[in-house]
Design a protein around this ligand. Sequence first.
Ligand SMILES: Nc1ncnc2c1ncn2[C@@H]1O[C@H](COP(=O)(O)OP(=O)(O)OP(=O)(O)O)[C@@H](O)[C@H]1O
Ligand SMILES: O=C(O)c1ccc[n+]([C@@H]2O[C@H](COP(=O)([O-])O)[C@@H](O)[C@H]2O)c1
Length: 211
Amino acid sequence: MNNPIIGIFGGTFDPIHHGHLACARYVLQHCHLASIRLMPCHLPPHRATPGVSSIQRAEMVALAIADEPQMQLERLELNRAAPSYTVDSLQQLKAQYPYERLAFIIGMDSLQYFTKWHKWQQILTLAHLIVCQRPGYSSATGDAPALLRQYGGSLLQLSQQDAGIIYCLDNPDFTPSATFIRQELATNHQAQAMLVPAVWQYICQQQLYGC
Ligand SMILES: Nc1ncnc2c1ncn2[C@@H]1O[C@H](COP(=O)(O)OP(=O)(O)OP(=O)(O)O)[C@@H](O)[C@H]1O
Ligand SMILES: O=C(O)c1ccc[n+]([C@@H]2O[C@H](COP(=O)([O-])O)[C@@H](O)[C@H]2O)c1
């Protein structure tokens, strides 16, 4: 009997939106994971530091998943002053949960440049990668084809191996992006349809994103 797999869904979550939640629910439904831990990064490695603090982004994640029993907030990157490299977080999680296997969840846009990530080969020794399709991004471009030739595998392989499988989901399009939401909030002060109501209320109360 293999050890259970915990999903780790890292993100800037600036802010968390229905696309993130739809991905996480789809993964839970299709990959038989024990649970998913949503892990907001403190200092994103490959983009500018967000205007909204990591504590506020984490509070929005907590509000968004309050009614999702299989999802938890993972705070470990919030306390690290260094760039939020995934390899460091997975190492820390492995030490914390020695009997569990890990799967790191990303969108297809992230797979496109995965070989630029810090110590990316080591990431694949610590965890599987589960990749959600994302509108506008294809498995035929960027780093994806070479990575999938070398590491691509089935759900059965994912369930049987400890780490190192890249498994691509066949999910429908989940359209929201945080960039679009930030633009809508700054220009029209409207983006409720793409946000959990409690997150929308938090954004209004804290006057984030120009609201
Ligand atoms: N709609 C979506 N469909 C599939 N994957 C998504 C979607 N939105 C986000 N993701 C994935 O979730 C992870 C965290 O995303 P992130 O917090 O950067 O949100 P984002 O919407 O991509 O933000 P931004 O527009 O600021 O880049 C990334 O791996 C990203 O690919
Ligand atoms: O470790 C890296 O080099 C690395 C490079 C880019 C992104 N990541 C992680 O990937 C997740 C999604 O990143 P982002 O920028 O799309 O929100 C988030 O947890 C980041 O810390 C990690």
